[in-house]
Each structure stands twice: as structure tokens, then as C-alpha cells.
Design a protein around this ligand. Structure first.
Ligand code: NDP
Ligand code: X2W
Length: 346
């Protein structure tokens, strides 16, 4: 399996390199950076010393990258990935693309343009949304995968069983989610400054975060009808981890056992979804550095609401891990390959 990573100097690129170092089948051909070409990657990320000491190439090498690779992971800001995807697939129509950003996540390009404020220049209707547990059979056939966002992975996994089984009022969904700061990438900004973050928690992009239309599109497809949600993200002073707490009104007469059955039926056989059951409390630390999503749910008899909670590592199940899970599925490699490590604890 010959693969390359475009945008290897970002946090998701570095996490791909960390995880792929333990992948017995993937051979990394090219890794790229536009700001630091020719630099050995372990000089930028010393934790990769002995695991990946490759010198960075750049997009000037895209002809060779596209021709020689079977798959290209793209870890670039939105708007840039689709240009790389467009050029790479023109050079080699057989190369598979796994984009970690938003450019291939939407079937409705108007919604993408409305929320991301850039024109969509590679409109591939056949691109597959890479939430592996929900779309495995399509991922298997895909040439291009749009890997989901981090908040969306946790929130959709928490709500999908309830939506799919028709157990909740679709107009009542509220998602309250918290993310570690690596979710914002490696670039410097005032918001990710230690003194701004430490000993503090804040909400941001209330009623306007870009993961809102992504969650609505996927849950709407599962429900077979359009829906709208409230989604409020929060920044917390940790490096990794997302905790997504999701609320919805249960339909009249839905029993707690019916809620339990919806979760077991969708995820009972899923290795990377660990069901903590009714009354379970997922903890981000238990998923740290791994591709697991831990799920627990509660039924509040007083309010008639169900509260579903998901914990993931934003850089793994929320990005690089799920991207490798998708690569494994696309190339008929056992799905856990390179991803079956225990969490670092405490
Ligand atoms: N961080 C997270 O938890 C998650 C991130 N994502 C998405 O994955 C993608 C990568 O995120 P992340 O790794 O966090 O981002 P970073 O900001 O950490 O890294 C961005 C990467 O893109 C490159 N880059 C930046 N600007 C340009 C440009 N104009 N042209 C070409 N390359 C550029 C940088 O390379 P260099 O400067 O060396 O050229 C770097 O390798 C984004 O789309 C993000 O939204 C998705 C899920 C989770
Ligand atoms: C903490 C933080 O800033 N998180 C990022 C989401 C990261 C992610 O999943 O990004 P994309 O969907 O854009 O690929 C944010 O809120 O924009």
C-alpha cells in the first residue's frame, strides 16, 4: 500500500504519521509542506524520531505523488484540499483521495459554499462521507472520501441510533460539545494562546458553527427528512478530546429498553464504538490516542428526554484514525490494522 500525505506538518498530518508507523501494510512515499519543504519531519515533530524521519516534499511534486501513490491523505485547510484532489485525480484517475477537511463532505455544494464562503471547484457527486460505521459499504467502493469533522463524528455517532430507529422528535435535537485545542490546528492564534485558554472554558460560534450543516445533512439522510439542530461548541483547556452531550425529546411511549435496543442494534458489532450502556459516562481520557468512540445514554423520565454522550480523541477517531480506518476499508485491509492500540492512561 503506497500512500502519501499532503499537509504533513499539521496536527492531523503528524497524527497520521504517528499511527501509520504502526501500520504493517502502508508504506509512506511522500509527505508535503509548502512552508518547510526539504526539512526532515522529525526536526519539526521530534516525537516522530525513529518512526518517521522522511524529508518533506511539496506540491511541486504532485505529478510524482499522484502517479506513484495508491492513496493520498489530504490534511489541508478547506478550499485547498479540493484543488489538490482535482489535480491529483486528473493526473492519475486511479489514485484514491481521503480528505480530512470539509471539501468532500457535502452532497449539496450550495450548502458548502454558503457555510465555507469559497466556491466549490471539484464537485464530485460520488464522493463518500467517511463515517465508517454508518457508510462502510459505500466507503469500500469510494474513489474519494470526505472524512467527517471531529465534533460531527462524536455527535452523529451519539444520535444516529435514535434518529434511525425513529425514537425522537427531530425538531428537538440540541448538541452541547467540548473540544481540546488541537481541534483548531497548529497555527497560532489568540484563542489558542495558553494564557487565554488555561483555567477557562468558553462557547464559540454559537448558532453558526460549520459542523451544524454537516450534522444536519447526515442525520437528515438517516431520518429520510430534513431537520435542523442547535449545536454549541466549547473550547476546553486540554490538548486532545471531544465530549459531545446530545439532548432530544423521546416520542410518546418510547421505553428506556427501546433506546438500549437502538444502540445495540446499530453498534453491537462495531469494534471502535464502545457502548457503556444506559447510565454510562464516557470520559475523553479513556479514548486518548485511540480510534474508539465511547458512548453512554440516559433516559430522563421527568422531562421525557434522552441524553446521549460521546467521547472521542479529535485527532484520532475525529480525524487521522478514522481516515486510516477508511483507507483499510477501501483497500480491503482488516479494519483495525494500525489502529488497535490501548489508550494512554492516566
Ligand atoms: N485538528 C483536528 O482535530 C481536525 C482537523 N480537521 C481538518 O483537517 C485539516 C487539517 O487540519 P490540521 O492538521 O488540524 O491543521 P493545521 O493547521 O495543524 O495544519 C494545516 C496543514 O495545511 C498546510 N497548509 C496551510 N495553509 C496552506 C496553504 N495555503 N496551501 C497548502 N498547504 C497549506 C500546512 O502546511 P505548511 O504550513 O507546512 O505548508 C499544514 O500542513 C483541516 O481541513 C481541518 O479542518 C478535521 C478533523 C479534526
Ligand atoms: C477546537 C476547534 O477549533 N475545532 C475546530 C473543528 C475542527 C474540525 O473538525 O475541523 P473541520 O470540520 O473544519 O475539518 C473548529 O471549531 O473549527
Amino acid at each position: 500500500m503506497k500512500i502519501s500525505i499532503v499537509g504533513a506538518t499539521g496536527y492531523t498530518g503528524a497524527e497520521l504519521l504517528r499511527l501509520l508507523a504502526a501500520h504493517p501494510v502502508a508504506e509512506i512515499l511522500y509527505i508535503t509542506s509548502e512552508s518547510q519543504p526539504d526539512t526532515p519531519i522529525h526536526e519539526i515533530y521530534p516525537h516522530l524520531t525513529r518512526f518517521c524521519e522522511k524529508r518533506l516534499a511539496s506540491l511541486a511534486d504532485l505529478d510524482a505523488i499522484a502517479t506513484e501513490s495508491q492513496a493520498i491523505f489530504i490534511g489541508l485547510p478547506h478550499g485547498h484540499a479540493m484543488e489538490v484532489g482535482r489535480k491529483a485525480t486528473a493526473i492519475n484517475p486511479n489514485v484514491k483521495i481521503i480528505d480530512l477537511g470539509a471539501d468532500y463532505r457535502f452532497k449539496n455544494f450550495d450548502i458548502y459554499e454558503q457555510w465555507y464562503k469559497v466556491p466549490h471547484t471539484h464537485r464530485q457527486a460520488q464522493a463518500v462521507y467517511g463515517l465508517t460505521e454508518l457508510n462502510r459499504s459505500q466507503v469500500k467502493q469510494a474513489g474519494i472520501v470526505g472524512n467527517p469533522g471531529c465534533y460531527t463524528t462524536a455527535s452523529i455517532l451519539a444520535l444516529a441510533p435514535l434518529v434511525k430507529a425513529g425514537l425522537i422528535d427531530l425538531r428537538s435535537i440540541i448538541i452541547d460539545a467540548k473540544s481540546g485545542v488541537s481541534g483548531a490546528g497548529r497555527g497560532l492564534s489568540l484563542g489558542s494562546h495558553f494564557t487565554e485558554l488555561f483555567e477557562s472554558v468558553k462557547a464559540y460560534n454559537v448558532a453558526g458553527h460549520r459542523h451544524t450543516p454537516e450534522i444536519e445533512a447526515v442525520l437528515g439522510e438517516l431520518a429520510g427528512q430534513e431537520l435542523v439542530i442547535n449545536f454549541t461548541p466549547h473550547l476546553i483547556p486540554v490538548a486532545r478530546g471531544i465530549l459531545s452531550t446530545c439532548y432530544a425529546q423521546l416520542q410518546e411511549g418510547v421505553s428506556p429498553e427501546a433506546v438500549d435496543a437502538a444502540y445495540s442494534s446499530l453498534y453491537g458489532d462495531e469494534y471502535f464504538v464502545r457502548l457503556l450502556g444506559r447510565g454510562g459516562y464516557p470520559v475523553t481520557k479513556n479514548t486518548r490516542g485511540t480510534n474508539f468512540c465511547d458512548l453512554g445514554w440516559h433516559v430522563d423520565k421527568r422531562t421525557g428526554r434522552v441524553i446521549a454522550i460521546a467521547a472521542i480523541d479529535n485527532l484520532v477517531k475525529g480525524a487521522a484514525g478514522q481516515a486510516i480506518q477508511n483507507m483499510n476499508v477501501m483497500f480491503a485491509i482488516e479494519e483495525r490494522t494500525g489502529l488497535d492500540n490501548a489508550p494512554l492512561y492516566p
